[in-house]
Design a binder for this molecule. Structure first.
Ligand code: GDP
Ligand code: MG
Length: 171
């Protein structure tokens, strides 16, 4: 049987936490200080190396519908990996993670979908959520965890590589 090498990865979380910036940093290695509105792409592909093998990630970003909590089930359908994002400088976005976990529970049709919790904007001074809190929450929900900054690049490549790695390991 031909091995599956294309993986659907999507980003969810509150509006403004930096989902589109994370994708842009990963795909184009760019960052916009004033990202006014999310580009309405459906998904973009990028290859990553995992254990010396190349796998392709199809990365899905929203066109801003999360603001209205109006993501539809087809966005989640068939996802192998989900990047659940919050902003470490906005506690509200951390508190809302449970809402997004419930959405995954409702709409994701793969029981073994790999979940990566990402705390973004660690370059900023006014942090409201500690690294330990993020780690604790991730553990309690069987998620992997990483902190990053789309602005300074820290953690971005690692996040996608980790996720790809876990997806491959997951039956
Ligand atoms: P989305 O709504 O979750 O897709 O968030 P965006 O990617 O549109 O980002 C929202 C705002 O946060 C934009 O003004 C970005 O420039 C800013 N932003 C995103 N990531 C970071 C980061 O890592 N550090 C800082 N300082 N700002 C960021
Ligand atoms: Mg966006």
């Amino acid at each position: 049987m031909e091995e599956e090498k294309n993986y659907k990865v999507l980003l969810i979380g509150d509006s403004d936490v930096g989902k589109t910036s994370i994708v842009k940093r990963f795909l184009d290695d760019t960052f916009d200080e004033d990202l006014l509105c999310t580009i309405g792409v459906e998904f973009k592909m990028k290859a990553v190396e995992v254990d010396g093998k190349s796998v392709t990630l199809c990365i899905w970003d929203t066109a801003g519908q999360e603001k209205f909590r109006a993501l539809i089930s087809s966005y989640y359908r068939g996802a192998h990996g989900i990047i659940l994002t919050y902003d470490v400088t906005k506690r509200e976005t951390f508190k809302n993670l449970q809402y997004w976990l419930n959405e995954i529970e409702t709409f994701s049709n793969r029981a073994n979908v790999v979940k990566l919790l990402v705390g973004n904007k660690i370059d900023k001074e006014n942090r409201e959520v500690t690294r330990e809190e993020g780690l604790e929450f991730a553990k309690s929900k069987a998620m992997f965890f990483i902190e990053c900054s789309a602005k300074t690049k820290i953690g971005i490549q690692q996040a996608f590589e980790e996720l790809a790695h876990k997806i491959i390991e997951t039956p």
